[in-house]
Design a protein around this ligand. Structure first.
Ligand code: NAD
Length: 257
């Protein structure tokens, strides 16, 4: 197979691809010429996103997958192997967030957050990388968060899971480098999605925007643009990094004279 043929057939899997940031990433990767698998716990919404991509000239299919269930992940990758024999790009995007005061955080919420946000990245990464080894080529982008780089009130479970995703990104990057697989993380700042619509109070929104030089929430498309860059064939020498896409939130200290 020539390099051009192999590129034309490239398959990208986006977890949590039905809504929010994941849907924007799925749309963007389809625009980049990849066949996109929109994998989500919500199959109905995944079907809508895949249909939208197909209607606008891209190529996509929906898959039902719960990333908190190791068996479901294994099943999905078995189906991908059977149907496509490859997975060239993996975007570990699915995640959940619920805030609790540190002293009130229930153990089951901690465990559910780590299983969904962190263990899923390990398992999807292992399955995808085994398929990527066949072509000695792959791109993995793990969606973390600025909450994995700076602490946020109420974010003991969420922030810790995202900090660990950044650590896991580095681990994966150094062991997969010799196989032509890059692994990076994009750390979004606050983005307008169904998640933040449900999670962010007026006070949270104010606290975020006050700390941001750009004084606004980002859009899912702004995250998708960074992911698209890292998934490109010519982003071949960037691995093990975390890229905040955050309107300056991580860079900022005091903002008033
Ligand atoms: P969202 O809640 O708006 O959308 C998440 C998508 O993931 C939904 O389609 C949902 O059905 C799916 N999903 C949830 N649990 C799943 C599971 N167990 N298995 C498969 N799919 C599942 O979230 P979002 O705001 O688009 O966030 C996407 C990612 O970006 C998450 O990892 C989140 O932590 C991260 N992030 C978001 C923000 C933000 O401000 N929105 C900031 C930083 C990081």
């Amino acid at each position: 197979m020539t390099e051009q043929d192999s590129r034309a057939l490239r398959v990208a899997l986006v977890t949590g691809g039905a809504m929010g940031i994941g849907a924007a990433i799925a749309e963007r990767l389809a625009m980049d010429g990849l066949h996109v698998l929109v994998a989500d716990i919500n199959l109905e919404a995944a079907n809508v996103t895949a249909a939208k991509i197909n209607a606008s000239g891209g190529s996509a299919a929906a898959l039902c997958m719960d990333v908190s269930d190791p068996e479901a992940i294994a099943q999905t990758f078995a189906t991908i192997e059977l149907d496509y024999g490859r997975c060239d790009v993996l975007i570990n995007n699915a995640g959940i967030a619920k805030t609790y005061a540190f002293l009130d955080l229930p153990l089951d919420a901690w465990q559910k957050t780590l299983t969904t946000n962190l263990t899923s990245v390990l398992l999807c990464g292992q399955h995808a990388a085994r398929l990527m080894l066949r072509h000695q080529w792959g791109r993995i982008v793990n969606i973390s968060s600025v909450s994995g780089l700076r602490a946020g009130t109420g974010r003991t479970a969420y922030g810790t899971s995202k900090a660990a995703v950044i650590g896991l990104t580095r681990q994966m990057a150094i062991e997969l480098a010799e196989h032509g697989i890059t692994v990076n993380s994009v750390a979004p700042g606050p983005i307008d999605t169904p998640m933040t619509e449900a999670l962010h109070s007026a006070e949270t929104r104010l606290s975020f925007t006050n700390g941001m030089p750009m004084k606004r929430y980002g859009t899912p498309a702004e995250i998708a643009a960074a992911v698209s860059f890292l998934a490109r064939p010519d982003a071949s020498f960037i691995t093990g990094h975390v890229v905040p896409v955050d309107g300056g939130f991580i860079a900022a200290g005091v903002l008033n004279i």
